[in-house]
Each structure stands twice: as C-alpha cells, then as structure tokens.
Design a protein around this ligand. Structure first.
Ligand code: ADP
Length: 348
C-alpha cells in the first residue's frame, strides 16, 4: 500500500494490551463485588445457623435482630417467633411437670398415710383378737389355779400358826406363803385381764385421783429411794366421764412401772393437760427406756422383762383405756427414759 506497517502493528498491540488490562481489571472488580455481596448475604444466614444450633442445644433465650426486610429478614423474624413459641411451650411443660410432681408427692403422702392407718388398724385388730383369745384362756387357767392356790395358802397359814418362831421349816413355810400370794396376784390379774372391761361411768377429777390416791400412796407399794417427783397438773383440767377405780389401776400401774424402771434414782414427772375435748395424762421417767424391739410388745398380755413381773399391767390398762374410748401412746428410746401418755375423752 506504500504505507509503513510498523505504526499499525504498534497501535494494534497497544489496543490488545489495553483490552487485556481492562479485562483483568473487570475480572478483579467483579470478583471483589461478588465477594462483598456473598458475604452480606451469608453472614446473617451463618448467624441464623449458629443460633439454631444453640436452640437445638436447649438455649431458648436467643433473639436475633431483624436487620432487613428481604428474605433473610423474614427468615430471622420467623426464627425469632419459632424460638419464642418454643420457649413458651417449654415453660408450660415445666409448669405442668411441677404440678404433676406436686400431685404425685401429695398422692404418695396420702397413700403412705393410708397404708400407715391400715397397718395400725391391722395391728389393733390382731391385738384385739389375740386379747380375746388369751382372755378366755387366761380366765380358764386362773379359775383352775385359784382353788388349789387358796387351799395351799390356807394350809400354810395354819402351819405357820402352829410353828414356833425358831422352829426349823418356818422360813420355808413363809417362802411358800409368799409365793402363793404371788400366784394369787397373778391369777387376780389374769381374771382382771380376762373380764370384759365393764365400765362404771362416773365423774372423775383426774388431778385429785393422781394426787390423793396414787402419788401419796405409791410409797407403800414401791420403794421410792431418792426419786424426785414432779407434778405438772393443769388446774383447769375438766372433770371427765370415766371409772375412778379402773383409772386408778391404769395410772398406778404406770407409776409403779416408772419407779421400778428407775430403781430408786431419777425423776418421775406426772402431768395433766387438756387438749380440745381430751384430757392427756403423762407419766415420764428417767429410767433406762424401752428398747425398740421391746416397745411393740409391751401391751401384749404376759409380756414382761422383769423377773417377778406378770406382764399383765399394761395389757389390762390398754383394755380399760380402750373401753373408755381413749388411747395410750408410749415414747421412749433406749437409755433415755420413757413417757406414757394416756388420752381420755372428756365425754366417753
Ligand atoms: P410387768 O410390769 O408385770 O412386767 P407390764 O405390762 O406393766 O407388766 O409391763 C410390761 C413391760 O413393759 C415391762 O416388763 C417392761 O419391760 C416394759 N415397761 C413398762 N413400763 C416401762 C418403763 N417405764 N420403763 C421401761 N420399761 C417399761
């Protein structure tokens, strides 16, 4: 063409270079923009994902800020509502659970109380049946023993009258008399126990009964030694409907037992108080107490831990107090004395 080719080829290669530079710049800018957009989009989603993990782990106090009105914003809002609903459901469940636990506890306590009542009723029934059976047997035995014992006693008394004070054999005869007296006491107790506890209803002032007929007289029956006696008698105690003679028997037996347990040393506290329509008499000692394995047997007829005991005192007392529509309780620990509480209704 008669023109030089060099300037054209230089122009061409410059144009190529510019194009290449533009391409590289465009690619770089495009990548940067894409990264920016992607990171704006993915950050809230990643946040949502980590919050969802926390909720799945049991943390329900999660609330995310709704930063936009786009799809991510909707998603965040839906997520917040879902965690709120979950939280409410969880609280509801917990409160239901607590109510259920409370109900279960109440029912368990009621059930325990009922089974305790049932056990007590069974024990009472068993005791009554046992008492009735033993009662009729005891009455028969006592009756049979009474006659020969009375004959032995009568003969020994005659023998003693004839024997001089220093005569050989007198001591033995006296011992026979002592033992036959003990046999008579046992048979009397057996008969008392076997007898239907017929009550002679009359007005009884328990404080007077305790003071005049038991505490003042008790020294004739048991050696008091250095026992300290405390009376805590309620002066406002109402007169009750009872049987003076039978109640004297009950409290005498309790006081004698307490004094025997203390073996001449300790404190005997006799108390009276009124609670609602019930008079409560307490006999407390500071003796050795009643071991747990013995405690449930002490009201059984013929149960005794004493060498010369009959084991009838408390079973007879139990029958009398029951006939008066009252109850006897015992509290004791080994080595810590014993407390007998007799509850008697003012109107039986
Ligand atoms: P007894 O006195 O003839 O043994 P009870 O029926 O009166 O018969 O008593 C039964 C048993 O109860 C006694 O042998 C004794 O083991 C126990 N007991 C009663 N009262 C007491 C007491 N205050 N302290 C310790 N044990 C007692």
């Amino acid at each position: 063409m008669g023109l030089l080719e060099k300037p054209f080829s230089a122009l061409k290669s410059r144009a190529w270079l510019i194009l290449l530079a533009l391409l590289v710049l465009g690619w770089g800018l495009g990548g940067l923009l894409a990264r920016l957009v992607a990171s704006r989009l993915s950050r809230p989603i990643l946040e949502l994902a980590s919050s969802a993990e926390r909720v799945a782990g049991g943390e329900l106090q999660v609330e995310l800020p709704v930063a936009s009105q786009d799809e991510v914003g909707h998603l965040t809002d839906a997520f917040n509502r879902m965690t709120f609903a979950l939280k409410e459901r969880d609280e509801e469940l917990q409160s239901l659970n607590r109510q259920l636990e409370k109900k279960v506890e109440e029912r368990t306590a009621q059930l325990e109380e009922k089974s305790l009542q049932l056990i007590r009723a069974q024990e009472e029934l068993l005791r009554s049946e046992k008492l009735a059976a033993i009662g009729s047997l005891a009455a028969g035995v006592a009756h049979e023993i009474n006659n020969p014992a009375a004959i032995i006693r009568g003969n020994v008394e005659i023998l003693l009258m004839e024997l001089g004070p220093e005569t050989p054999g007198r001591e033995e005869a006296e011992e026979i008399l002592k033992q036959t007296e003990r046999v008579s006491l046992i048979t009397q107790n057996m008969l008392a126990f076997a007898r239907e506890q017929a009550i002679h209803a009359e007005e009884v002032q328990i404080n007077d009964l305790l003071e005049e007929e038991i505490l003042e007289q008790i020294g004739h029956q048991v050696t008091l030694g250095s026992v300290h006696m405390i009376r805590q008698l309620d002066p406002e105690l109402p007169v009750i409907e009872g049987d003076r003679e039978r109640l004297r028997q009950v409290f005498t037996n309790m006081v004698v037992n307490a004094l025997q347990a203390m073996e001449g040393e300790g404190t005997l506290t006799v108390s009276t108080e009124v609670s609602k329509e019930t008079v409560v008499v307490g006999v407390r000692d500071t003796g050795p107490g009643i071991p747990e394995d013995v405690r449930h047997k002490i009201f059984n007829p013929f149960f005794t831990t004493k060498q010369t005991g009959t084991g009838l005192g408390l079973s007879v007392s139990y029958g009398i107090v029951k006939a008066l529509k009252g109850s006897i309780e015992v509290q004791s620990e080994k080595g810590n004395g014993a407390l007998f509480r007799v509850c008697l209704p003012v109107r039986s």
